[in-house]
Every structure is written in structure tokens, then in C-alpha cells.
Design a protein around this ligand. Structure first.
Ligand SMILES: C[S@@+](CC[C@H](N)C(=O)[O-])C[C@H]1O[C@@H](n2cnc3c(N)ncnc32)[C@H](O)[C@@H]1O
Length: 203
């Protein structure tokens, strides 16, 4: 992930650097965890769009506490060195047939977390529709690979059909909500959809 001048001046970025995380996004997951308790020690977690690896490292260090496992997938390799022992990583499109087969072989998961984002073009309507597509793909992945009672986090760009996906989540999860962490940049239009306690029989 490129570091811009804006990143360098950002207090979250400086803190991430001090604490050994490759990206400031770690504090978004921290806030989501503090408010929704999505991951517990010993969980099996799938991290979609995981590079450079801050969420993965935070889950390893703080949430599963070295007892569970993390499967991390991204178009780009993780930037973690060393890769923690709880982590299995795949490089490629999370929704391709080949990678899905590998994710399935290691599933099902107690939690699926997705910070996946498209390459932005600057055209908001193109960017939001690409983000919506990714979010829909993660919903489908969770239908197949998230355990009953499991928890789901999906990033989506606001305006990208998030109300429709939230409505689907309400049918499939006991609780569903939107959360925009304080660590999101003030000019960012990203937000997170959170599904808690996957139902056995969707309504
Ligand atoms: C904001 S970054 C994720 C940051 C990460 N959560 C962290 O804390 O280091 C978004 C990532 O989504 C990935 N991505 C986008 N589309 C993807 C896809 N189809 N399959 C896998 N990863 C994807 C991008 O390559 C990018 O690395």
C-alpha cells in the first residue's frame, strides 16, 4: 500500500508504525471489535482483502491470542515479516474458483472479516458499484463458509447499495448494523456492515 504525504502526517498512521502494524486500518477493526465483539480467542477467522496485513496481525495478536487460525487472502501478498504462525495466506482473487476451493478446504469459519476495496478511479459511481460487487461476493462467501452463529464484517463504499445488503443481512443474521469507525478518514466514504450471530434458518 503506497504511503502518501497525508498518511505520514496522520496520527493513526504514526501509531500503527509505532505498534508494528503495516497500516492504520488496524484501528478500524479495533473499534469494530470493541463495539461488537466479533472475534473470540480460539476462533477460526477468514480475512478477505487482507494485505498488507494489519487486520490479520491484530487478530493474531489481540483477538485469537495465538490459539485459533487465520486464513488471509488478497490480490497482493501480505507485508508481514514474519508471517504469524496462526496465519495461512493466499494471493489471488478471493472469489476465483481456484482460491475459493482453498478457502473452502480450510473452512468453515467463526468470523469472516472483509476490508476488501476496489482500486479507486475517482469516479464515485464506478467506485461504489465495484465496492458493492465485492460486498455481495463476501455475503455469498459467508452464506457458504461462515458457521451458524458466526459473525461477519464487510466494508462498503457509502452509496454502493449498502441498504440492500444490510436488508439481506437482517434476514440472515440475528443482528445487523452499520458502523463507521472514527479511524476512517474524514473524507472517506467507506463504512462497515456487521452481521452478528448467523441464523440457522434465514427468515
Ligand atoms: C484497504 S486494503 C485492506 C487493508 C487490510 N485490511 C489491512 O489491515 O492491512 C483493501 C485490499 O482489498 C484487496 N482486494 C480487492 N479486491 C480483492 C479481491 N477480489 N480478492 C482479494 N483481495 C482483494 C486489495 O488488493 C487491497 O489490498
Amino acid at each position: 500500500m503506497a504511503t502518501s504525504r497525508r498518511d505520514k502526517a496522520d496520527s493513526y498512521t504514526l501509531r500503527a508504525h509505532r505498534e508494528g502494524y503495516p497500516a492504520r486500518s488496524v484501528y478500524k477493526l479495533q473499534e469494530i471489535q470493541e463495539s461488537c465483539r466479533i472475534i473470540r480467542p480460539g476462533d477460526s477467522v477468514l480475512d478477505v482483502g487482507a494485505a498488507p496485513g494489519s487486520w490479520t496481525l491484530y487478530v493474531h495478536r489481540q483477538l485469537i491470542k495465538g490459539q485459533g487460525r487465520i486464513v488471509a487472502v488478497d490480490l497482493n501478498p501480505l507485508g508481514l515479516n514474519p508471517v504469524p504462525p496462526t496465519v495461512t495466506s493466499f494471493t489471488g482473487d478471493a472469489f476465483s474458483r481456484e482460491i475459493r476451493a482453498q478457502l473452502t478446504a480450510l473452512g468453515p469459519y467463526d468470523a469472516i472479516i472483509s476490508d476488501a476495496a476496489p482500486m479507486t478511479t475517482g469516479n464515485r459511481s464506478v467506485d461504489t458499484s465495484r465496492s458493492e460487487y465485492l460486498a455481495q461476493q463476501v455475503m455469498l462467501l459467508a452464506d457458504e463458509q461462515l458457521k451458524v452463529h458466526g459473525n461477519l464484517v464487510i466494508k462498503i463504499f457509502q452509496g454502493g447499495g449498502q441498504q440492500a445488503i444490510l436488508a439481506q443481512m437482517r434476514q440472515k443474521y440475528a443482528k445487523a448494523r452499520t458502523l463507521k469507525p472514527k479511524a476512517c478518514r474524514s473524507d472517506s466514504f467507506e463504512t462497515y456492515l456487521i452481521g452478528l450471530d448467523k441464523k440457522e434458518n434465514p427468515s
